[in-house]
Write a protein that binds this ligand. Structure first.
Ligand code: SAM
Ligand code: GLN
Length: 279
């Protein structure tokens, strides 16, 4: 095992500590566990080698191990499916703090791994959740994660665009849509550019194309008193504010993430109106 750690230090030019963490993640063991059984069998050695070579290409660790952690949930993930971010964990916490009612019917647009739906199913144990995604691989991945948490009866998956064909109304409509302006795609980190699906990230010319479509298309599916909650890019707040005003919305606010960036747009009445940042 020491030999393998040395190899990782050399191949990936990382410190010993980082190499130990990487080997632990690749072997799916705790860090202190990697030296416990010093001899490594042939199968494990081969697996480690394959995974190490994948990492060397810049592939995110989540795709290499096909596992990732979102809040308390250990999710399956595959190349081709968007890797949930810390900002989306914070989004779920904000929902719990700001939404002033207990939603019974929730719509999650562009569910990816199913992370948002699974977290909300636990936050609201009586809610029925409808989750959509246009991507075939995302739907398959979400289905697997929903099954893992035994939520098949409460989270209903549909492969469609936005909420095509929805037949009921919702109290809470949530989405982390593609929102990066197309011109900025080239400056994203290489691991994102080369490995994550652009379908999940490209928000059109100014990053608001998808958000505006969601607001327009879901209007008729929102129950009175309901809330629409969207993840957005900080640079798009001015454009979105204008769009909302022109479209006749007056109850909306932009909230910051844990890194102090404006990251969320809430439409509708919220619990703590004093905390609103831009409106
Ligand atoms: N909700 C997940 C999360 O927060 O980790 C995934 C978010 S990812 C940024 C955006 C998702 O929207 C992707 O899974 C992508 O496939 C999906 N998507 C893109 N265009 C769509 C469309 N027209 N209708 C529904 N989903 C779409
Ligand atoms: N936060 C993602 C990134 O920076 C983009 C997410 C999105 O478009 N929804 O790569």
């Amino acid at each position: 095992m020491r030999e393998i750690v040395e190899q990782v230090i050399k191949e990936l030019t990382v410190s010993r500590g980082e190499a130990e963490l990487i080997v632990a993640a690749l072997l799916e063991k705790p860090r202190f566990g990697i030296y416990l059984n010093d001899s490594v069998d042939q199968g494990t050695r081969k697996l480690l080698h394959t995974r190490l070579m994948q990492l060397k290409t810049g592939m995110p660790l989540e795709y290499v191990t096909t596992k990732m952690q979102f809040m308390d949930y250990s999710l399956h993930i595959y190349p081709g499916v968007f890797i949930p971010r810390f900002e989306t964990e914070y989004f779920i916490e904000l929902i719990g703090k700001l939404v002033d009612f207990v939603p019974e019917r929730i719509l999650d647009i562009g569910t990816g791994t199913g992370a948002i739906s699974i977290a909300l199913a636990h936050l609201y144990p009586d809610a029925q959740i409808f989750a959509t995604d246009i991507s075939d691989i995302a739907i398959r991945c979400a289905r697997e994660n929903i099954k893992k948490y035994g939520l098949g009866e409460r989270i209903h998956l549909t492969q469609c665009s936005i909420c095509d064909g929805a037949s009921t109304k919702f109290d809470l409509i949530i989405s982390n849509p593609p929102y990066i302006p197309s011109s900025r795609l080239r400056s994203l980190p290489k691991s994102v550019r080369d490995f994550e699906p652009m379908l999940a990230i490209d928000g059109g010319q100014d990053g608001t194309q998808f958000i505006e479509l969601i607001i327009q298309q879901t209007a008729e599916y929102l129950n009175p008193g309901g809330v629409i909650a969207l993840e957005i890019d900080e640079d798009t707040t001015a454009i979105l504010k204008k769009f909302l005003q022109v479209s006749g919305y007056d109850k909306f606010s932009f909230k910051r993430d844990q890194f102090r960036k404006y990251r969320y747009l809430f439409i509708g009445n919220l619990k703590n109106e004093k905390s609103k940042d831009i409106n």
